[in-house]
Write a protein that binds this ligand. Structure first.
Ligand code: GAP
Length: 453
């Protein structure tokens, strides 16, 4: 089989996501809302597995990190102090030929002349600054004093609540505050499926420290985050670290790494790990007039902590996992003939459904009853999928396509009809190797739990 081009591969992935219920276009029956996506039954499980794993590693497994969940509606003073009201904008240009609205950096240069990426036109409006924040009004009156914003990042509520969280958690530097939640940006050109959306989720950690610890912690978090991506199944060779050059970094940052991934549409950012110095807390202290200082009991000094921020996108990571997992190979059908199959080789830890359970035949009551017993045995420990319809090969294929790593088949051996030694055993099939092993039903929970953790 010829290797599909990357564009073809991406089209196949988008189509699979819709067909199998991972990701749908938002408001699809009304023509769709550009830059917004809805996650279906399987997409929501995958996304939750990712967020839960991030939370487990970044919060629950550590003594030095606590969590919070801030509001999306944000006081304009917060975003004035952070610099977003003034500076969170992209230069925008319109093509006079095809009327496309473009980010200035999207123009393509051919023989030293800038051209429209849509139509090749060369006639553009002047660049103007376009603020990416969504503005709304709180309460009935739509006036200047009622303006609020949908947060453009989760980070700001962490900075604003720094003192409250410090007081209640009684943590000592270095320590972090983590948050997972929605963020909104009125992107000029949402594109590449969910990669650049107008509504998306972030997983952010603000890790506060002494100034002299900042650069070391920047390295530490870059390494931790790379390990994270490997642990969810992204191949190390497809992950890259970009050391963002001085000229492209925010002026307050002393160092920023972008962790990038080789998507089918090119190498793109998954996460930024930035040493933001004491910029954010200082800005909020100045603007609010409230102290955001930390009293260091060792030195008896008050300081404004510095911060290192690993900031990841949930939607981008979900997309990267699907892109990494998508594969086409050959598998035998019920007659033993090889057929091409689509398989999502998702890491078992991330897979939406962990185990599928099949009675060999749906019209044999003892097989069905035993399969349902196994569903009840496994359900408290993992997501399971019961399927009795169609030939067994087709049932495997359906599970391969959604990335279910394990399949259990209840057959006549299970009932002890052929060999009493095999009573209460089932076949356990591995999605990737397609190997089958015979295991005792009572051992299934421990065997599977070990493999999906
Ligand atoms: N607090 C820092 C911050 O927000 P950022 O680089 O603007 O930094 C962090 O965003 C991460 O959020 C990105 O690496 C990306 O994964 C995700 N992200 C940002 N804009 C996005 C968008 N329009 N659509 C999807 N994800 C986005």
């Amino acid at each position: 089989m010829s290797k599909p081009t990357d564009t073809q591969r991406m089209e196949k992935i988008v189509s699979l996501c819709k067909r199998r219920g991972f990701i749908f276009q938002s408001s699809e029956i009304y023509g769709g809302l550009n830059g917004a996506w809805d996650y279906g039954p399987l997409g929501v499980e995958l996304k939750r597995n990712l967020k839960n794993y991030w939370w487990r590693l970044m919060v629950h497994d550590r003594d030095d990190v606590v969590g919070m969940d801030g509001a999306i509606l944000t006081h304009p003073a917060v975003l004035k102090a952070s610099g977003h009201v003034e500076g969170f904008s992209d230069p925008m240009i319109d093509c006079r030929t095809c009327k496309a609205h473009l980010r200035a950096d999207q123009l393509v240069e051919k023989k030293g002349v800038k051209q429209c990426p849509n139509c090749g036109g060369r006639d553009f409006t002047e660049a103007r600054q376009f603020n990416l924040m969504f503005q709304t009004h709180v309460g009935a009156a739509a006036e200047e004093s009622s303006i609020a914003y949908l947060r453009p990042e989760t980070a700001q509520s962490i900075f604003v609540q720094f003192k409250n969280v410090l007081d209640v958690s009684r943590k000592k530097l270095p320590f972090g505050i983590a948050q997972i939640g929605k963020a909104f940006r009125n992107e000029i050109n949402p594109r590449n499926f969910t990669f650049r959306s107008r509504e998306f989720e972030q997983m952010e950690l603000e890790y506060f420290c002494r100034p002299e610890q900042g650069m070391g912690l920047l390295e530490y978090w870059k390494e931790e985050r790379l390990k994270f991506y490997e642990n969810i199944g992204l191949e190390r060779a497809k992950l890259h670290v970009l050391n963002v050059p001085d000229a492209e970094r925010a002026f307050y940052s002393k160092g920023t790494y972008d962790i990038e991934y080789d998507f089918p549409f090119g190498r793109q950012e998954l996460e930024g790990v930035a040493y933001r110095t004491d910029y954010d807390l200082s800005q909020h202290q100045k603007a609010s007039g409230k102290s955001l200082e930390y009293f260091d009991e060792e030195t008896k000094e008050k300081i404004i902590p510095h911060v290192v921020e690993p900031s990841a996108g949930v939607d981008r990571t979900v997309l990267a996992m699907i892109c990494e997992a998508y594969a086409e190979d050959q598998a035998p059908n019920d007659k033993g003939e090889m057929e091409s199959r689509i398989v999502l080789r998702l890491h078992p830890r991330m897979a939406p459904m962990k185990c599928a359970i099949f009675p060999l035949l749906k019209n044999k009551e003892p097989l069905v009853a035993k399969a349902k017993e196994i569903v009840a045995l496994l359900r408290p420990h993992m997501t399971v999928f019961y399927d009795e319809s169609g030939a067994i090969g087709r049932r495997y294929r359906r599970q391969d396509e959604i990335g279910t790593p394990f399949g259990v088949t209840v057959d006549f051996e299970t009932l002890g009809e052929r060999d009493p030694a095999l009573r209460e055993t089932v076949t356990l099939r591995d999605r990737d190797s397609m190997k089958q092993e015979r295991v005792a039903i009572q051992d299934l929970p421990s065997i599977l739990q070990e493999r999906i953790r």
